[in-house]
Design a protein around this ligand. Structure first.
Ligand code: BGC
Length: 731
């Protein structure tokens, strides 16, 4: 295997298997023609149910000729079996195909979107969710998922924030690790595991102005400190593959970016797996204006260190000649092929290419009660109570009225990137409330995405007038989030707000349930409504999870993984901003860094999340106020549940390096831990802060923590710090 240092890929197989795979890879490589090698790097998208369909007429022949190494989007076990038979029985060397699919938040059992999962602040839950996803997807014949997406972003205009873990590289790295473990299990030879893929390498979350596929312009410091850490975490965790991003870094498209791929990923981090392009991203080097033709695009991608070509076919067409002409060394081709074959070996395909195709297993493990229960639990823990003026929880005898078309839309409840899910499996919010409260009076109020009429508003008003409490479901339909779904306005779509105004006018208390894939600008809701619960796109078990939360059977415990701005004009807004030379502590003053029309802080800060109970951080103590270099510092927080019901909270620790050789953030998340407490119960949470946790990318182009003073803060959210202790890092 090429490089095993820091990369933990090798931990997914034992020594003996490593040797078996190595022997097989070596043997195959020695027998392959240049064309056959290039074929292994070629990935085709297929939509192949039982026979060749549009555009796939030549598929069988291409597989038999060894021109395809992997496919994505194959559907159905029989079709996959059929394709695999072609590869194994008809191609000269019989190398099995890898079958890939975007398994982003569950497969048939759909979980909350990844951003919602990050709102749990419990990476273990995401690991469990991915275990379920891998079990179902692998039983449907998929070997490889294009997940986790680990792009850090602080721009809610960008529709893809729903696929990631939000704005913090620390939270993002914890979720990246958990998801890789969840997909890949402990032993990749087990049939219920999948190869994972950390994407999109790198900087995609910084797409300018939040417009998808746009230019990225990040300084080396931001790239290193903000965007790369979750990728490094995934590599350390042994992720089998990494995907190139669409964007440029230093004006060089990521797919052809040698510094990034060969320099950082395969060099500094010693990544041993395979690098796959994003959809046509090798080919898109032409419109980016760095390649004159496909030959140059293929050459740039290969020389950068990228390995697999998703759909552009520039390698298939151009690489054999590039190698023959000496423009791409054959050793580079061999390295790429070796990585692909290794990944196939890790997936156990050399022993049994058909091991993922068992109809009995598929039936037995799909959408089980157990999986549904896990999906419900994760959904419940993902909900963030943004505001509650005592309306929630509802009592059992509350007369509830329900409005909002999203409450009754199974498809939108699944959210974007849920291709394995089926709307008929979903318990919608409406169905969940009906099950709980009996038939709940309901009016859609708007047509999706947000069209209202005088009649639709009247209907909703009637519902509100008859009810004790009206639950209004508003937000984004699934097609308004995800890829190619940037929004310049991040408020409620269309006229949905008019529905809220209409029901609010009746003076019946309104509980807003927000369904969203991104932070939304909801100042009006905050000003006028007594309760707002963010439920993201909650997936298959939305109904029961929401009914149980509204009634207090479940106490909300989610916290925002991303700041919610007042308005788009504040973007980018994140907790770890740098201080300015003109701080706006006194907003009355002129010539300080502030807006004339909105505060600097977001409406709801990173880490914010209310509960039906209260938590107090009664103490923060440090084991020492001097922290000798190379050692760890213990910080202990005492937390008490001072309310009346049991609940969960997150101990959030933030740090500030007071004076550095470069300006450091006013505060940045450094550690977190969730605790569950009965009323009046107290717990001590001890967290170790390492020197690495204080490090940043210095002028010497390396990570280092500089001696000096630091503040350690504990808070309920980034804007709600309750204790600060100072310590010194001693040289
Ligand atoms: C997306 C990737 C995805 C790929 C395959 C691309 O358009 O950017 O995230 O994995 O398609 O579906």
């Amino acid at each position: 295997m090429t490089g095993t240092g820091k990369s933990a890929l090798g931990t997914y197989v034992d020594e003996q298997r490593r040797e078996t795979i190595a022997d097989r890879v070596e043997e195959l490589l020695s027998e392959m023609t240049v064309e056959e090698k290039v074929g292994q790097l070629n990935q085709r998208s297929v939509s192949f149910v039982m026979g060749p369909e549009d555009g796939n007429e030549d598929l069988e022949a291409a597989i038999a000729d060894g021109e395809i190494g992997s496919v994505l989007n194959a559907e159905g076990l029989e079709a996959k079996q059929h394709l695999q038979e072609f590869a194994v029985e008809e191609s000269r060397l019989g190398i099995p195909l890898l079958m890939a699919f975007d398994v982003i938040h569950g497969y048939r059992t759909v979980f909350p979107t990844p951003l919602g999962q990050a709102a749990t602040w419990e990476p273990d839950l995401a690991e469990r969710a991915e275990r379920v996803a891998a079990t179902e997807a692998s039983a449907d014949g998929h070997h490889w998922t294009f997940a986790p997406m680990v792009d850090v972003s602080r721009d809610p205009r960008w529709g893809r924030v729903m696929e990631g873990a939000g704005e913090s590289p620390v939270l993002g790295s914890a979720f990246a690790r958990a998801r890789v473990r969840g997909f890949q299990g402990e032993d990749l030879t087990e049939a219920d595991t999948m190869l994972a893929c950390a994407k999109h390498f790198a900087g995609y979350g910084a797409s300018e102005a939040g417009r998808d596929y746009n230019t990225v312009n990040v300084a080396e410091t931001a790239l290193r400190e903000r965007h790369l850490p979750p990728f490094e975490a995934a590599v350390e965790e042994g992720v089998a593959t990494v995907m190139n991003a669409f964007n440029t870094i230093e004006r060089i498209p990521a797919s052809g970016n040698e510094d990034l791929v060969s320099g950082v990923l395969k060099g500094e981090w010693d990544f041993a797996g395979a690098m796959v392009s994003d959809w046509n991203s090798f080919g898109e080097q032409l419109p980016h204006g760095v390649a004159a033709d496909e030959r140059e695009a293929a050459k740039l991608a290969m020389l950068a260190g990228s390995d697999i070509d998703m759909v552009s076919e520039v390698l298939l067409e151009e690489l054999p000649d590039l190698v023959r002409d000496g423009d791409v060394p054959e050793s580079r081709l061999d390295d790429a092929v070796e990585r692909v074959l290794w990944v196939k070996g890790l997936a156990g395909l050399f022993e049994d290419p058909y091991r993922y195709f068992e109809e009995e297993r598929r039936k037995a493990v799909t959408l089980t009660e157990d999986h549904r229960e896990t999906a419900r639990e994760v959904a419940e823990r993902s909900f963030v109570l943004l505001k509650n003026e005592g309306v929630l929880p509802l009592t059992e005898d509350t007369e509830v009225g329900l409005v909002g078309a999203l409450a009754d839309s199974a498809e939108d409840t699944l959210g974007a990137w849920a291709w394995g899910g089926e709307p008929e499996d979903v318990t919608t919010i409406r169905a969940g409330l009906d099950d709980h409260f009996g038939d709940v009076p309901y009016a859609p109020g708007y047509d999706l995405p947000g069209e209202v009429t005088a009649e639709s508003l009247d209907e909703a008003r009637d519902i509100a007038e008859e009810a004790d409490v009206v639950v209004a479901v508003v937000g984004e339909p699934a097609d308004m989030v995800g890829e190619a779904a940037s929004r310049a306005h991040i408020d409620l779509p269309g006229d949905q707000r008019r529905l809220l105004e209409a029901v609010h006018e009746t003076e019946t208390p309104v509980v807003a349930l927000l369904m969203n894939g991104r932070p939304l600008a909801v100042e009006w809701l905050d000003d006028h409504l007594p309760a707002i619960l963010d439920v993201w796109h909650p997936g298959t078990e939305a109904g029961p999870a929401i009914a149980r939360t509204l009634t207090g059977e479940v106490v909300p415990s989610g916290h925002l993984p991303m700041s919610f701005p007042y308005t788009e004009g504040q973007i980018p807004v994140a907790h770890d901003r740098l201080p300015t030379g003109r701080p706006a502590e006194d907003s009355e003053e002129d010539y300080v860094s502030k807006y004339l029309d909105v505060p600097n802080d977001p409406l709801y800060a990173f880490g914010h999340g209310e509960s039906y109970t209260d938590f107090a951080f009664t103490d923060l103590t440090l084991a020492s106020d001097a922290f000798p270099s190379g050692k760890a510092l213990e910080a202990t927080v005492t937390i008490e549940n001072t309310g009346d019901v049991a609940g969960r909270d997150v101990v959030q620790l933030y740090v500030q390096d007071l004076v550095g050789s470069r300006s450091r953030p006013e505060k940045e998340l450094v550690a977190f831990e969730t605790v569950e407490l009965e009323p009046d119960e107290t717990a001590e949470v001890t967290v170790e802060i390492d020197e690495d946790d204080l490090a940043f990318w210095t002028d010497d182009e390396k990570w280092a923590a500089e001696p000096g003073e630091f503040d350690l803060m504990v808070g309920h959210a980034a804007d709600d710090i309750v204790h600060t202790e100072r310590f010194t890092l001693v040289e």
